[in-house]
Ligand binder design. Structure first.
Ligand code: CO
Length: 635
């Protein structure tokens, strides 16, 4: 069950892009941009919230596609940001003046070619005893906001680091070429500057992680078959999914990755809106190590690297068990032709233990219901790292995002006895992995019962000892309204069980309290880099765990629309600086969460999955446990 095929016209404004649409729109755009154009990404320009709400089946379906790319004008600029209406053939080309179009496949190929052809780089490799460059893996990294003085403003740039493979199928990261950074000016087509901090011997071990390279394999686990003999419990029509009262649509956006749309829950006869849209808005991976190989690194994998376009095709290995349904993702190649990623989105049901239970000792009765969740997920490979994004829909109205982090950690080669474990613990002989963070900012466009919505913060606090608290045992939940955008820049506080609650004041439950959902953060850090650092400027969204803004058209990406080579200050900090009211209006929550990763030997050669995320839980949205009506399980 895949995305609509070419011949079917889209039946809904949020239907995924088709290959035909992408190629038709790129064809309409090409006469309006330079002949040397390279396309970086294409996205469906989602219609306004008002028009989506008003849409009825059979209505005309607007289809506008947005392309980002670059085309080498003279003088150079940041590229094009163009919208093409495939219905009316209208084309609107805007030039990017701050920042650059995101990194595309063509950039990577070009950066590798330029680096390997550079005489200085070749000489530096020979100084390290590497004379055959065929198996040298060159990884171009985003140059961040640090333009090297030798690279003029407006030029596309990368910082390329290298690794030695002995065989094509080696772990490409086991033997880092330490100390060498090539500053690649893609616009000028040259290595503008070569940093060489000195030769460090290559680490001794191959670090291969495939089964054939292990000295022995342990006994396999016994087969575990998940069967649904009567079929799956969900339906997928186009990209509209229904399961156990949940209704939503799902797409992959090039920058935002896996996106949910129009999430609603059927409560009796009424389909009640919860979220208009929920997706990653950007993310950052800042490194804490002072080593010059790493201290500049702070990739924004969403906005800079188009994480959505790095989505895996699960035809090459899907690790979900059971009856799976898939949806495709359509991206654009540098030349404007379509690239179809088959089986990009995975949808399936999972048993999830106990939903609720009670044993009544007096009546000698036991009531138990099993939990089940619907899993909607994607996996993305961005360079050395893998990210999985898993939305879980539960029977009791809970919605959860879990990010799974795996892949290969960033590494340095270190000489014997030269380790600095507080900055970069050893993970293998002569291989150290720098301390770093992964911080994800999710944009949660709430639409509880159609709005307007408000948000408050709840802290659980002990009370002073007094007449009504003689033993000092009392604690209470203190709720405070977050009234303006600046007031709503907040941080998590695990010790006080801090949560944030979104309510619709216009609608009450049977107990007379406004219907609501709360955001339960995990035990999350925020950005550790100093406020005056480049990363804090460029990834300002990571400076707080919560932001709330008024809904405004086009504000989807927390670091701004063009963070590649952008000096910073765009996105959330700018959008909320006006400190507008967020009471009883259309509001968007932005939640930054993640992990501070202290690498360990067990993270090598491939790290076991680490998890982080958040939960959205109904609070008086329903009149009682909505899963009380679940029938007893069969077994
Ligand atoms: Co990590």
């Amino acid at each position: 069950m895949n995305a609509p095929r070419e011949s079917e016209p889209p039946a809904h404004p949020l239907a995924p892009l088709t290959a035909t649409e992408v190629e038709r729109a790129a064809g309409l755009l090409k006469p309006r941009i330079g002949t040397q154009a390279a396309f970086c990404s294409v996205a469906l320009e989602e219609p306004s919230k008002a028009s989506l709400r008003a849409f009825a089946p059979g209505d005309n379906v607007p289809r506008r596609l947005r392309f980002l790319g670059y085309d080498h004008p003279d003088p150079p600029d940041g590229g094009f940001d163009a919208t093409v209406d495939v219905g009316t053939s209208a084309v609107d080309v805007r030039r990017i003046n701050a920042g650059q179009a995101p990194i595309g496949f063509a950039d990577v190929v070009q950066a590798v070619r330029i680096t390997k052809a550079d005489a200085g780089w070749q000489a530096a490799m020979r100084r390290r005893g590497i004379n055959d460059f065929e198996n040298v893996q060159v990884d171009p990294w985003p140059a961040g906001g640090y333009g090297h003085p030798s690279i003029p403003p407006g030029h596309r740039a990368h910082r390329a680091i290298s690794f030695l493979r002995e065989h094509k199928t080696d772990n490409g990261y086991a033997r880092p070429v330490q100390g060498l950074i090539a500053h690649v000016d893609l616009t000028a087509g040259r290595v503008a500057h070569l940093e060489d901090h000195g030769v460090v011997p290559l680490p001794p071990e191959h670090g291969r992680y495939d089964a054939a390279s292990q000295p022995a394999l342990r006994e396999a686990t016994k087969p575990l078959a998940i069967e649904q003999p009567e079929g799956v419990g969900f339906t997928v029509r186009g990209n509209a999914v229904e399961w156990q009262n949940w209704h939503f649509r799902v797409t992959v956006h090039p920058a935002n990755g896996l996106a949910l749309h129009q999430v609603a829950y059927r409560d009796g006869d009424e389909c009640r809106s919860i979220l208009h849209r929920a997706a990653l808005s950007d993310m950052v991976v800042p490194y804490g190590d002072t080593n010059p190989m790493h201290r500049w690194k702070h990739v924004l994998d969403a906005g800079e690297a188009s994480i959505g376009n790095c989505v895996n095709s699960l035809t090459l290995g899907c690790d979900c068990l059971g009856e799976i349904r898939y949806l495709d993702h359509v991206a654009v190649k540098p030349d404007g032709s379509a690239r179809v990623v088959e089986n990009a989105i995975c949808i399936h049901e999972e048993d999830y233990g106990i939903l609720w239970k009670h044993h009544d000792g007096h009546g000698q009765t036991t009531e138990t219901r099993r939990s089940r969740r619907l899993v909607v997920s994607t996996f993305h490979t961005v360079g050395n790292y893998e990210y999985g994004f898993y939305w879980y829909f539960y029977l009791d109205g809970t919605l959860q995002m879990e990010v799974k982090l795996t892949g290969i950690v960033g590494v340095s080669a270190v000489a014997d006895g030269e380790t600095r474990p507080e900055f970069a613990p050893l993970v293998a002989p002569n291989v150290a992995s720098p301390i770093h963070q992964h911080l994800f900012c999710f944009r949660l466009d709430f639409d509880l019962d159609g709005g307007p919505n408000s948000v408050s913060e709840v802290n659980v606090e002990p009370l002073p000892t007094g007449d009504d608290n003689p033993d000092g045992t009392a604690f209470h939940a203190f709720t405070r309204a977050l009234r303006t955008e600046l007031e709503a820049r907040r941080d998590a506080d695990t010790a006080r069980s801090r949560s944030w609650k979104v309510v619709n004041q216009k609608r009450v439950n049977r107990l007379g309290t406004p219907v609501g959902y709360r955001l339960l953060p995990g035990a999350t850090p925020k950005l550790l880099a100093r406020a005056n650092s480049q990363v804090a400027e460029r990834a300002g969204f990571a400076r707080h765990n919560l932001w709330v803004t008024r809904y405004r058209e086009g504000q989807l990406c927390a670091a701004g629309d063009h963070p590649n080579l952008h000096p910073g200050g765009a996105g959330l900090p700018a959008w909320s600086a006006g400190d507008e009211s967020i009471e009883d209006t259309d509001i968007v929550l932005w939640h930054t969460f993640g992990l501070t990763h202290l690498p360990r030997p067990e993270d090598w050669p491939v790290m076991p999955v680490e998890y982080c995320g958040f939960t959205l839980q109904p609070v008086g949205f329903f009149d009682r446990n909505p899963a009380i009506t679940m029938p007893p399980s069969h077994q």
